[in-house]
Design a protein around this ligand. Structure first.
Ligand code: MN
Length: 217
């Protein structure tokens, strides 16, 4: 029997906001691994307090339903990986700490515990996910480039929102006040700055429907 995918839902940048994450996935979306697919857009870590819980939660979702859960990499995971694996290069660590990596280290209980849990997690993440109609990537693809020619740096850090390819591009990374469309709807940005706003958003590309926790009061 071929299962028909009912919803294909991209989930925005979480940044340690574990409570928003569970409300969004369990109460607002009501994720069903037999019918739905979740594509996490990356930036699980830094800024918020409950990074360890977020990493554990998404890892367990992926473990339980590997075909229904896609975990993309964000630029914050890139910074963390460089910092944690750079050995004596303190510039990499300082750069990460300036980008709120301290919250991640505190959440895991120290640098060694962070390395132990986070390095394998980051190594398991993928840079993009592509379907017949959509490309999902953390930050973007610059104008004139595609998945074959964009660098991983661009896929993780781009802020131009300028992609003009055949498929619809779904990105996080650049916070907007609500889920927003660019290039006549060919780019959808779903990062609503959950850490700052209390609003964590998701977007079902099949029904073009937004799910969000709503702004914190
Ligand atoms: Mn980002």
């Amino acid at each position: 029997m071929v299962l028909v995918l009912k919803r294909q839902i991209a989930v925005g940048d979480i940044h340690g906001c574990f409570d928003l994450l569970t409300v969004l996935i369990e109460k607002i979306i009501g994720f069903s691994p037999h019918e739905d697919m979740l594509i996490f857009m990356g930036d699980y870590i830094d800024r918020g307090m409950k990074v360890k819980e977020v990493v554990r939660y998404v890892s367990e979702l992926k473990e339980k339903s590997p075909d229904a859960v896609i975990l993309l990499k964000g630029n914050h995971e890139d910074m963390a990986y460089n910092a944690l694996t750079s050995g004596d290069v303190e510039e990499e660590m300082l750069y990460w700490l300036l980008n709120k990596g301290d919250k991640t280290i505190t959440s895991f209980g120290g640098r060694e515990q962070t390395k132990e849990h986070l390095i394998p997690f980051i190594e398991s993440l993928q840079l993009y996910y592509e379907t017949d109609t959509h490309i999902f990537v953390h930050a973007g693809i610059p104008y004139g480039k595609d998945l074959g020619t964009a660098t991983s740096e661009e896929l993780l850090w781009d802020r131009t929102l300028s992609y003009a390819g055949e498929k619809t591009l779904v990105v996080g990374h650049t916070p907007k006040s609500k889920v927003s469309y660019f290039n006549n709807g060919k780019i959808i940005c779903i990062d609503t700055g959950a850490y700052m706003t209390g609003n964590l958003s998701a977007y079902d590309v099949i029904h073009k429907k937004v799910y969000s926790t709503g702004a914190a009061t």
